[in-house]
Ligand binder design. Structure first.
Ligand code: 93A
Length: 530
């Protein structure tokens, strides 16, 4: 079922290998049609070429924004030449079909990585290129689509050998759709960053309002630092907690309890428990009951959980209280405590029990730097971000698994997808660089706070141990800049991964995942936590 290649459309930004390719195609009798710069290169080699402008009778315009976006180009790509009616229509319209389309796209990710300005990056969002790539991939019954310059050698051999088989065209089409999908993920994640750097980001009045000292604290992060807690009207959160029992809260208790509170409320209505140490989770889990969630969260890393801060999004029950008394925790944070649970928990004299209302979604957070204060919208999962009047969500669109892009492997089955979604929500509570492995909606290995992603991957895998890493679902809070970190997860037997995508080397990362035969999704949304 080989289809001979008689006519090719060539439009490449990266001209690497172009000379050998077009010489070879020309020698094999293939008619070449090409865009401005590519056509100039081909003509410069003394080879016959038709400019797209001459084909369409429409000039390239708007600084190149409109080159190939024309029905004379797209009818030639999209006609299914197996259908007599399509062939007849092309004849009537005097359009000749293409058998091969060679395109590589404007280097969007490289341009962003180079530190170029917003307008330069916008100009590098290729529109016509992906349109041709997708059209040719859709019509793989008739057309072969080539996007990778390193494959030109093989392409020439295939053309000389009589053309592409259907299986080859299908494989090329699959690669092409992954290529355009990852390209759009890069654009989407960058667009988000452009939107949120806007000067119009609204901040509530309390930022500039009056602050009152709630109480002094015994000391700050260390005993030689004095400290206090301040509150302001209109704010709500951990600082407004009601302490039901235990020693006075310390500075570090507040910091960790706040991280725990946030982590425990990221999983919607499902009973959730987060155990936090040094503002990082040593276990997060969702369960059919709060007791089960606690058991799973604790099982993630029982050694580290000792002396931790436990937060839940449900009232603490008597059964959970009994389990909590088996180990040492500094603070327990919950929306409420059942009467019997309270009696049990009060057996430990010093342990602090905090009743904290479910935090309102959105809001802003501040962070002191020497000489000033940084203010930002709080990172939100599910796109809930506070704005002044209109409640337009400005981020978090990529938190919904139905919006994820499957970049390689089979679509995850329901159980795996649930674990991936859990891991994605839980990794947000982890300091960057963060990698979180999950099974049965519980974390089993967490790598956090490392200065490179590979080390976080090693940590996550080591903490999980051989048994638990095998078959786990993994989430990465930001893109894999290289394939090396992902490879650590793959070597440990992780079978499904979710990450934002958007790296210049996404292709290498996806190729590593593909080689391992795993499932990988890109979200287009990042959740750094520093
Ligand atoms: O600006 S575009 O989005 N509009 C188009 O109509 C279009 N057609 C092809 N970019 C377009 N292209 C891109 O131009 C291709 O994807 C390729 O990257 C590049 C090739 O341009 P040239 O042949 O002029 O160097």
């Amino acid at each position: 079922d080989r289809r001979p290649v008689r006519r090719a459309l060539v439009s490449v930004y990266d001209k690497t290998g172009l000379e050998d390719l077009v010489r070879g195609l020309s020698e094999a009798g293939v008619e070449l049609v090409s865009t401005g710069g590519s056509a100039a290169t081909i003509a410069g080699l003394g080879l016959p070429v038709t400019k797209v402008e001459d084909l369409t009778g429409f000039p390239e315009c708007l600084d190149g924004r409109v080159k190939t976006l024309h029905p004379r180009v797209h009818a030639g790509i999209l006609a299914d030449t197996r259908l007599p009616d399509h062939v007849r229509q092309l004849e009537e319209l005097e359009v000749a079909p293409f058998d091969l389309v060679v395109v590589n796209l404007y280097p969007f990710a490289d341009t962003v990585a180079s530190g170029a300005g917003v307008q330069d990056c916008i100009e590098k969002i290729d529109i016509g290129g992906p349109t041709m790539v997708r059209a040719a991939a859709k019509n793989h019954a008739s057309v072969a689509i080539v996007t990778d310059p390193t494959s030109y050698g093989e392409v020439l051999e295939t053309v000389r050998g009589g053309g592409f088989t259907l299986a080859q065209r299908q494989r090329l089409a699959t690669d092409a759709f992954v290529h355009t999908a990852t390209y759009d993920v890069a654009v989407a994640s960058w667009m988000g960053s452009v939107v949120s750097t806007s000067d119009e980001t609204p901040f509530p009045g309390w930022i500039g309002g009056t602050w009152a000292k709630k109480s002094g604290l015994r000391y700050g992060e260390n005993p030689h630092q004095s400290a206090a807690i301040y509150v302001t009207e209109g704010a709500s959160g951990l600082a407004q907690a009601e302490q039901l029992h235990g020693k006075e809260m310390s500075y570090n208790n507040y910091v960790d309890a706040d991280a725990a509170l946030r982590a425990a409320h990221d999983h919607g209505d499902q009973p959730t428990v987060a155990i936090i140490k040094h503002a990082n989770p040593c276990g997060i889990a969702v369960g059919e009951s709060i007791e089960l969630a606690y058991e799973r969260a604790h099982a993630c890393d029982p050694v580290s959980a000792y002396g931790g801060i436990v937060a839940t999004n449900r009232p603490v029950t008597a059964a959970m209280a009994t389990a909590l008394n088996d180990t040492f925790s500094e603070v327990i944070v919950a929306p409420d405590f059942d009467a019997e649970a309270l009696t049990t928990l009060k057996e430990k004299k010093n342990r602090r029990l905090l009743k904290v209302a479910t935090p309102a979604p959105g809001g802003v957070e501040t962070r002191p730097i020497s000489g000033g204060l940084l203010v930002q919208q709080r990172d939100a999962i599910d796109g809930v971000v506070e704005t002044t009047g209109d409640d337009k969500p400005t981020q978090g669109h990529g938190d919904d698994p139905s919006a994820w892009v499957l970049v390689t492997g089979d679509a995850a089955d329901e159980t795996t997808l649930v674990d991936l979604a859990f891991a994605w929500r839980a990794v947000r509570a982890t300091k960057s660089n963060a990698i979180l492995l999950a099974k049965d909606q519980g974390s089993v290995g967490i790598g956090m706070g490392q200065v490179n992603r590979v080390d976080s991957c090693h940590l996550a895998v080591n903490r999980a141990g051989e048994e638990r890493a095998k078959g786990a679902a993994a989430a990465s809070d930001a893109f894999f800049p290289f394939a090396d970190g992902l490879q650590v997860l793959l070597d440990a037997g992780v079978t499904a991964v979710v990450a934002p995508g958007g790296s210049v080397r996404d292709d290498e990362v996806v190729a590593a995942a593909q080689a391992a035969g795993i499932t990988m999704y890109f979200t287009g949304t990042r959740h750094f936590a520093h």
